[in-house]
Design a protein around this ligand. Structure first.
Ligand code: THU
Length: 123
């Protein structure tokens, strides 16, 4: 599974986003150590604070299926700018792999980071 392929899976997942309030549709594709891919999309709510990000939706899918070893996560959106994971999602990813690779859709294609770069000295 290449980074490009994982990003394409995130792009597909984005199509299921429920984002009637922000109109910002996000999809995530999480690659496990075993080579499985779990996807997620953002799911918003009329009580805005109850929104769930795509990245956390993918993590919950994976953990619920018994997978906890994650190698990479790709994030795609319907926006024009590079999409980076929010602080809460960084923290949730840190729980499982502080060095997970993060592939962010960008205007040029994608940018890759380690979580430790985006969230140094995590808890
Ligand atoms: N969102 C994500 O799903 N992932 C991100 O990385 C950034 C933000 C969602 C949350 C909310 O539904 C919408 O995008 C606007 O913030």
């Amino acid at each position: 599974m290449t980074d490009q392929e994982l990003l394409e899976r995130a792009g597909e997942a984005k199509e299921n986003a429920y984002a009637p309030y922000s109109k910002f549709q996000v999809g995530a594709a999480l690659l496990t150590a075993g080579g499985d891919v779990f996807t997620g999309c953002n799911v918003e709510n009329s009580s805005y604070g109850a929104a769930i990000c795509a990245e956390r939706a993918a993590v919950v899918q994976a953990v619920s299926s018994g997978c906890r070893e994650f190698e990479a996560i790709a994030i795609a959106s319907n926006g024009e700018d590079t999409v980076y994971p929010c602080g809460i999602c960084r923290q949730v990813l840190h729980e499982f792999n502080p060095e997970i690779r993060i592939i962010c859709q960008s205007p040029e294609g994608f940018e890759t980071y380690l979580l430790s770069e985006l969230m140094p000295k995590g808890f």
